[in-house]
Write a protein that binds this ligand. Structure first.
Ligand SMILES: Cc1cc2nc3c(=O)[nH]c(=O)nc-3n(C[C@H](O)[C@H](O)[C@H](O)COP(=O)(O)OP(=O)(O)OC[C@H]3O[C@@H](n4cnc5c(N)ncnc54)[C@H](O)[C@@H]3O)c2cc1C
Ligand code: FES
Length: 271
């Protein structure tokens, strides 16, 4: 984990979202699924940094650029929205545990990525790594409407199969992203039974719960990235806990900023 001041080199606003590119001379090592805590240096309101998934990292001999995609919700993300090229951003990164790609990298298995809304921002770096590892990858991407299909062009550019669903039917299947995902599992029941798939998901809690229920039924190894509200981001405030199942069937808690944000779906207590 490093506490760095990075410079804004790019900032594209689209609808209620922003695509922010920050530059540092430091070299950064990160795993897909890890995140950063961000705050503009010039803004003391709010004081606490906000958690953002690392969307993409590009490294050259001279510098590292780190990209984020955020949805404007409240004061923290409104402060991000005001950033201009040349502004400074305080960033604590990389944080948390990322996605484990080892289980999908063996035996010709296929990775199924399921993304809902801004959750897609946590999955692009994973899709890039899976491509480097030559793992067949398929994305189920959902949003309220066409304008909410985060990262669609970047995922498509990787050459992976993309199944789209929108709540209003403006692109792809009309309905929740779990609808084409469930249909796919039914159509490919034989491969599902043979353990051919590993699932990686990020999105709103009801979407994650549905993905976890479907994959539990089909005995598919599944990783979910949870986006609990976070204050510190490095394990001190205990404000980000999630409920997990213990071996003896009781419930316990884990800090999602350090033990997560990626968990095995069968470890979480979904009640
Ligand atoms: C590990 C992690 C990765 C994340 N990655 C991204 C990302 O890549 N892009 C992105 O846009 N957001 C991401 N988030 C969510 C982001 O941190 C929150 O949206 C942000 O903190 C909101 O701050 P705010 O000051 O704008 O809103 P606030 O004023 O704090 O809240 C505004 C509204 O948003 C709700 N809200 C705040 N935080 C969350 C949350 N974590 N989940 C659901 N609702 C929330 C509040 O309940 C309130 O209704 C991530 C969160 C985590 C924990
Ligand atoms: S955000 Fe403080 S312990 Fe996780």
């Amino acid at each position: 984990m490093q506490d760095l001041t990075l410079t804004v080199t790019g900032h594209r606003l689209f609808g209620n979202y922003g695509h922010l590119t920050l530059m540092t001379e430091n070299r950064l090592r990160f795993a897909p699924g890890q995140f950063a805590m961000l705050r503009p240096v010039e803004s003391l309101d709010p004081l606490w940094r906000r958690a953002m998934a690392i969307y993409r990292v590009r490294t050259t001999a001279q510098a590292t650029s780190v990209e984020f995609i955020y949805q404007v919700l409240g004061r923290g993300t409104q402060a991000l929205r005001r950033l201009r090229p040349g502004d400074a951003v305080q960033a604590l990164l990389p944080l948390g545990c990322g996605f484990d790609t080892a289980p999908v990298a063996v035996g010709g298995r296929e990775a199924l990525l399921v993304a809902g809304g801004i959750g897609a921002a946590a999955l692009l770096a994973l899709a890039e790594q899976l491509k480097r590892e030559q793992v067949p990858t398929r994305l189920f991407l959902g949003g309220r409407s066409q304008a909410d299909l985060i990262g669609l062009n970047d995922f498509t550019a990787l050459g992976i199969s993309v199944h789209i669903a929108t709540d209003d039917g403006s692109q792809g299947v009309k309905g929740l992203v779990t609808v084409p995902f469930e249909r796919f599992l039914q159509d490919r029941a034989e491969e599902t039974r043979a353990g051919q798939f590993v699932v990686y998901a990020c999105g709103p809690p009801p979407m994650l719960a549905r993905v976890a229920a479907l994959t539990a039924q089909a005995c598919i190894l599944t990783y979910v990235s949870v986006e609990e509200r976070m204050a510190c981001g490095f394990g001190v405030c205990v404000g980000c806990v999630v409920a997990v199942k213990t071996h003896d069937g009781r419930c316990d808690y884990r800090r999602s900023c350090v033990e997560g944000p990626v968990f095995r779906a069968d470890e979480l207590d979904w009640r």
